[in-house]
Design a protein around this ligand. Structure first.
Ligand code: 15L
Length: 257
């Protein structure tokens, strides 16, 4: 059992991750701008991570790990991207360092490499190639995580999450989908891996059409189960869209337009 604090706990991913991690036996608390309507809502502290220095310290004080999800979940202007991805991540890493919390799981994104051309497997050794200011923010925050690992010894996983959805909704998502149960498996693996060190991991399900390398995740104990292929016939029966055409060029899809 890991005692874990989740930033952005009421957000798109957080609201599934909190009950999911509780379900596999972890002790979970969280912080967000809003209180979710959920049976576990009393585990969430309502506070603005960007403005309230003490809130995260209070929430995370007795935790073993922080899962940092809070961020703008798409493209924004430059100042907002820097504040949201680099700024918030810095606050989280500093809180972890000061509180002696040894492990941080950071929700990065596939858009850190989104301008990479489609057609070949994408490994973690390939250069960062953001497709947006969002992707730049994620790549910069990954670099900050790397520094906190090297300089301060924190164990950190940067999860380059694909398309977190209840089910895949487009041709691209047949490759990039991350199911809710697999997201829980991924974070659980990163929370419990004995030798995490500094890891960059692609966060997708066990998709037949995957183009991101799952080996780094598997080496940490992440064994995804779901496969977007189950929706392939239904999705491919729909007429191709303009976004499908953009999605076929770069791994980040329409973010690279
Ligand atoms: C992301 O990182 C975004 O937060 C999400 O909205 C999706 O666009 C996803 O990537 C994706 O690439 O499908």
């Amino acid at each position: 059992m890991v005692r874990v604090a989740i930033t952005g706990a009421a957000g798109l991913i957080g609201r599934h991750l909190v009950p999911g991690l509780l379900g596999v036996g972890h002790d979970v608390c969280g912080i967000d701008l809003v209180r979710p309507e959920a049976p576990w809502a009393d585990r969430i502290t309502v506070a603005d991570l960007a403005a309230d220095d003490g809130a995260l310290a209070t929430v995370a004080a007795r935790c073993d790990a922080i899962v940092h999800l809070a961020a703008i979940a798409g493209e924004s202007d430059f100042e907002s991207a820097v504040a949201s991805h680099l700024g918030l991540t810095h606050r989280v890493l500093e809180a972890a360092r000061q509180l002696g919390i040894g492990r941080v799981i950071y929700a990065s994104s596939n858009h850190a490499v989104g301008f990479t051309l489609r057609g070949m497997p994408v490994t973690i050794e390939m250069p960062v190639r953001p497709d947006s200011l969002y992707g730049v923010g994620k790549a910069a925050a990954e670099a900050l995580c790397s520094l906190y690992h090297d300089r301060h010894g924190l164990a950190i996983a940067c999860l380059r999450i694909g398309s977190f959805r209840l089910r895949p909704g487009s041709r691209r998502e047949l490759s990039t989908w991350l199911s809710v149960p697999d997201a829980v498996r991924l974070v659980d693996a990163c929370l419990t891996a004995p030798d995490l060190g500094f890891a960059i991991v692609y966060g997708i399900s066990n998709n037949t059409r995957a183009w991101w390398d799952l080996a780094p995740g598997r080496s940490l104990g992440y064994h995804p189960v779901d496969d977007a292929e189950a929706w392939a016939v239904e999705i491919e029966a729909t007429p191709p869209t303009e976004d499908d055409e953009l999605d076929s060029r770069h791994v980040g899809g329409s973010f690279a337009r």
